[in-house]
Design a protein around this ligand. Structure first.
Ligand code: ZN
Length: 117
């Protein structure tokens, strides 16, 4: 069975952050929709490895596989530089996040995480 997030997780497994973009109108989409309202084809596109913290909180219970990160850990919504308006959720490692902070993406156990850049 396929899931509309499969291309995202396949990209993470290869160390690439992929987000669907409409080939017709150029709009970025997150979460992945079944299709763009304009009817254009969605293409999973590499958004690079840098972005900005939009918001954050601190998780005291882990949603990640055991051992992925130590509790408690900050979780941020990050807007990739290449995909304005998209906000991806991920743990922040090695820094206390702040709104507007520049971060880079890395991967732990197939999940995207964010580091101070
Ligand atoms: Zn479109």
């Amino acid at each position: 069975m396929t899931d509309r997030f499969d291309p995202f997780w396949a990209g993470c497994a290869r160390g690439v952050l992929l987000v669907p973009r409409c080939a017709g109108c150029g709009r970025w989409h997150w979460y992945p929709p079944l299709g763009c309202p304009c009817g254009g084809e969605l293409v999973w596109t590499d958004v690079g490895d840098t972005g900005t913290v939009f918001s954050f909180t601190v998780a005291h219970r882990s949603f990640l596989p055991p051992g992925a990160v130590a509790l408690p850990y900050p979780v941020a919504l990050v807007e990739p530089d290449a995909a304005p308006g998209v906000r991806l959720l991920g743990a922040v490692i090695g820094t206390e996040p702040a709104v507007g902070q520049r971060v880079s993406v890395d991967f732990r156990n197939g999940l995207p995480v964010f580091l101070n850049s």
